[in-house]
Design a protein around this ligand. Structure first.
Ligand code: KIV
Ligand code: ZN
Length: 510
């Protein structure tokens, strides 16, 4: 049985999904969850692309135990040296450098010859290898590269010290049989291929990323690059939960498995959704809400008699549990903190205090409190404290034949400010009041409402996305009162914009 290495790139390629950028604290939080999941390598970012990415890589390298921590770097001296600086404190580190090799890219984008691309790739792998032991090289757009030339590049970079050679299907162009055959050819033509691990990096433009990855594994690839929920550039990347569960479920066929603790998948998926604001479709394999929901009578009949009649994966094995009644009105701080830690949230004392106060308020209004409620409750605090504006109070009136009106009070560093506004609806009135009080110049890109758990006393969760001067941020708010949830979501996004202005954390990406 071969063990396939899982290289997670949620924090780098995943972050390149439109609107999915994460701040440093969010990246560290997610990296901790990836370590619990048992991934072998975390690509924590692209060090030279922004101060935020550099800091995220540095902190993840210093704080996360277990996985190798990796930074992306173009085949340029400054990129590689910056990646090295960011990884200095990581006990297990990797530099992942890349250069395009397809004629399309070389002619139209780089305007250099194949020889020049070859030279730069080899030189930069040598430089990276002089700094760290573990070096990965990616010939970008490999699946549209002349195979003979690709094999020459791979042989040369392995000679130069690359320990992993990654084959990116950058534009999601490959077809499974073709991609498998390409890996087979590489294994037979590249003389020193036994000195490196063959990796793959498949994009999902034709919906074939997981199929292509599995095809490459059959042909001997030893590492898969993937992301939680399959997020990534354009149509996304190979979904980790899908590729890992295909290997686990069909070990008999693949004769290969991974080190992943699959019971952490649902939690990881929800955390990514929470942080990025990108929901998974209900019918998404493995982690979608309907992935284990049987509707047809004949199926439920079979299931009740014997689960394996219609179930190839046990829902518990990927982390689905029956809605957990976790805490109640009388639960104390200790139980609250312990349950949050089990859910993967490590809050600062101030954040914990805030969340606990909100939990107590919620427990007064809502009889049963589930894990999902707790996650929604703390999600507003994930971006960290130091908020410029805090919701101090609000009154809203509306109804049929009445002009919706809102009075909003915000606490700021200099005192409490108040404003009354009318609008097309109660949310509109509240948002007008908040916009005026905060003097925000942002525009609203997205407004989404969803109910957490069932019942009319359920928490409503609102997600918003705002844009200001090209900077995009998200905000979450949760409350049993949906208008209050909407106000919290809007304010959390405005606070984030204010924080980013102060610290400067531009969007990153290749
Ligand atoms: O898709 C791609 O080619 C990449 C490389 C940087 C590996 O993300
Ligand atoms: Zn990619």
């Amino acid at each position: 049985m071969r063990t396939i290495k899982i290289f997670d790139t949620t924090l780098r390629d995943g972050e390149q999904s439109p609107g999915a950028s994460m701040n440093v604290d969010e990246k560290v939080l997610l990296a901790k969850q990836l370590a619990r999941l048992g991934v072998d390598i975390i690509e924590a970012g692209f060090a030279i692309s922004s101060k935020g990415d550099f800091e995220a890589i540095r902190r993840i390298g210093a704080e996360i135990e277990g996985p190798i921590v990796c930074s992306l770097a173009r085949a340029r001296e400054a990129d590689i040296k910056t990646a090295y600086e960011a990884l200095k404190d990581a006990p297990k580190r990797r530099i992942h450098t890349f250069h395009s090799t397809s004629d399309i890219h070389l002619e139209h984008q780089y305007r250099i010859s194949r020889d020049e691309a070859f030279r730069r790739s080899v030189e930069m792998v040598k430089l990276a290898r002089s700094l760290v032991e573990d070096v990965e090289f990616s010939p970008m757009d490999a699946t549209r590269t002349d195979l003979g030339y690709l094999c020459e590049v791979l042989e040369a970079v392995i000679d130069a010290g690359a320990t992993t050679v990654n084959i990116p299907d950058t534009v999601g162009y490959a077809i499974p049989q073709e991609f498998g055959a390409m890996i087979r050819e590489i294994r037979s033509r590249v003389k020193n291929i036994d000195k490196a691990v063959i990796s793959l990096h498949c994009h999902n433009d034709l919906g074939l990323a997981v199929a292509n990855a599995l095809s490459a594994i059959i042909e001997g690839a030893g590492q898969v690059e993937c992301t939680i929920n399959g997020i990534g550039e354009r149509a996304g990347n190979c979904s980790m939960e899908e590729v890992v569960m295909a290997l686990r479920t069909r070990r008999d066929y693949f004769n290969a498995d991974t080190n992943i603790n699959t019971t952490e998948f649902v939690k990881s998926s929800r955390l990514v959704t929470k942080i990025t604001g990108m929901a998974v479709q209900p019918n998404k394999a493995i982690v979608g809400a309907n992935a284990f929901a049987h509707e047809a009578g004949i199926h439920t009949d079979g299931l009740l008699k014997e689960r394996t009649t219609y179930e190839i994966i046990r829902p518990e094995s990927v982390g689905f549990t029956k809605a957990n009644l976790v805490l109640g009105k009388h639960s104390g701080r200790h139980a609250f903190k312990a349950r949050l830690a089990e859910l993967g949230y490590q809050l600062s004392d101030a954040e914990l205090e805030q969340a606990f106060t909100r939990f107590k308020e919620l427990a007064d209004r809502k009889k049963d409190i589930f894990d999902e409620d707790l996650e929604a409750l703390v999600s507003e605090g994930v971006s960290g404290g130091d908020d410029a504006f805090r919701l101090e109070g609000m009154e809203v009136s509306g109804g049929i034949g009445v002009r919706p009106t809102a009075v909003v009070r915000l606490a700021t560093a200099t005192g409490v400010i108040e404003r009354s506004e009318t609008g097309d609806g109660p949310v509109d009135a509240v948002y007008r009041a908040i916009a005026a009080l905060t003097e925000t110049g942002s525009s609203l890109l997205k407004f989404e409402v969803k109910s957490i758990t069932g019942g009319t006393d359920a928490l409503g969760e609102v997600t918003v996305a705002l844009e200001q001067d090209g900077d995009k941020v998200r905000g979450h708010g949760a409350d049993t009162d949906i208008i209050v949830a909407a106000a919290r979501a809007y304010l959390s996004a405005i606070n984030r914009l204010a924080m980013r202005k102060k610290t400067g954390n531009p969007e990153s990406g290749v």
